[in-house]
Design a protein around this ligand. Structure first.
Ligand code: NDP
Length: 322
């Protein structure tokens, strides 16, 4: 089978298409022939070496496809089942293994491309809005990179929870998309001071939650956007790592809360995986959750997918198609 591998960390060019043996599924695992593979920022962090992975590595965890082989002791899946997961083992490939208890069935009304697109970013948006600091009517929140993969989904879920949603984006085209997803006010943080804009729009009070995946360039002003007792949810660092700072800053700025969550812990057990994936995939099926799928690349062009994602050229989901 064809798979992308990198033997050393570096720029997008380290991602090469190679011929590998299709892996035999061990106990309680299945092998999936992938119809679509999700590209996520974590794979950029792994490729550059910000997050360490054993090398050589096939990146990727997210995808959807059809079960083609079943290992010993598998009880819930069979050859031919349509499944999706964000825990595939080396998803940038024609086929990949997944533990049976980390895959979910793709319901009728959701195609495999949609399922691949919805799993990781959808479940992330779900836990951010519904679990990390559950949003309620009357809350205001700020979503950075609002036209990105997580961003567009987080806006929709936050609005469904009844919150007022501010979004930041880098271009007017992205602003249009964030408004289309339901954002009440969108700020071009490349042109305007988002802290001043949020303060003005909230009569100086600030927002209850800031969802910050941009990191280095935004985190400090994000703290300044919060109302007393508000929460900074720092869940990524697309612009670079946040430097160390004193916890006393949180007291000075209003007894603030800071968390650095990851989906790993919010979908660790089967029950939370089924709850979050179930709500996201049902939302896609009934049209209440809209996906933006405008950036498909052939598997062989994984490097170009990374270039565009890192280069702020994409909106919504980036997919690789084997
Ligand atoms: P996005 O589609 O959001 O792409 C990243 C966006 O970040 C860009 O489009 C860009 O939007 C913005 N950005 C701002 N500054 C920079 C910069 N210097 N370089 C690159 N991008 C920049 O990606 P994803 O939806 O895949 O991921 C969003 C974030 O969420 C990532 O940081 C990722 O690590 C994190 N994440 C965290 C998870 C968790 O559980 N903790 C799970 C999933 C994702 P603009 O041009 O509008 O500024």
């Amino acid at each position: 089978m064809k798979a992308i591998r990198f033997h050393a960390t570096g720029g997008p060019e380290v991602l090469k298409l190679e011929d590998l043996e299709a892996p035999q599924p061990p106990a309680r695992h299945v092998r999936v022939r992938l119809a679509a593979i999700g590209v996520n920022f974590i794979e950029v962090y792994q490729r550059t070496g910000l997050y360490t992975v054993p090398l050589p590595a096939t990146p990727g965890g997210e995808g959807a496809g059809t079960v083609v082989a079943v290992g010993p002791d598998v009880t819930t899946l069979a050859v031919g089942d349509r499944v999706a997961s964000f825990n595939l083992q080396g998803a940038y490939a024609e086929e990949a293994l997944v533990a049976e208890d980390r895959a979910v069935r793709v319901p009728d009304g959701v195609d495999l491309r949609q399922a691949a697109a919805a799993m990781l970013q959808g479940m992330t948006a779900h836990y951010l809005a519904k679990s990390t600091r559950p949003l309620r009517p009357g809350d205001s929140c700020l979503v950075h990179a609002a036209a990105g993969g997580v961003g567009l989904l987080l806006i929709q879920i936050a609005k469904a929870c009844g919150a007022r949603v501010f979004g930041t984006v880098s271009t007017e085209e992205k602003a249009e998309l964030a408004r289309g997803a339901g954002a009440d006010q969108v700020i071009l943080y490349t042109k305007a001071d988002f802290e001043a804009e949020v303060r003005k729009a909230t009569s100086g009070h600030g927002v209850q939650v800031v969802y910050d995946s941009v990191g280095a360039t935004t985190w400090e002003k994000s703290l300044n956007c919060l109302a007393p007792l508000g929460m900074l949810v720092l869940f990524g660092q697309s612009s670079g790592v946040v430097p160390p700072f004193s916890p006393a800053l949180l007291a000075q700025k209003g007894s603030l809360f800071l968390t650095r969550p990851t989906l790993v812990h919010y979908a660790a057990d089967r029950k939370s995986l089924e709850w979050r994936a179930g709500e996201i995939l049902r939302g896609v099926a009934d049209g209440t959750l809209k996906l933006r799928l405008e950036h498909d690349f052939p598997l062989a062009r994984a490097a170009d997918a990374h270039r565009d994602l890192e280069g702020r050229k994409t909106t919504g989901k980036v997919l690789l198609i084997p």
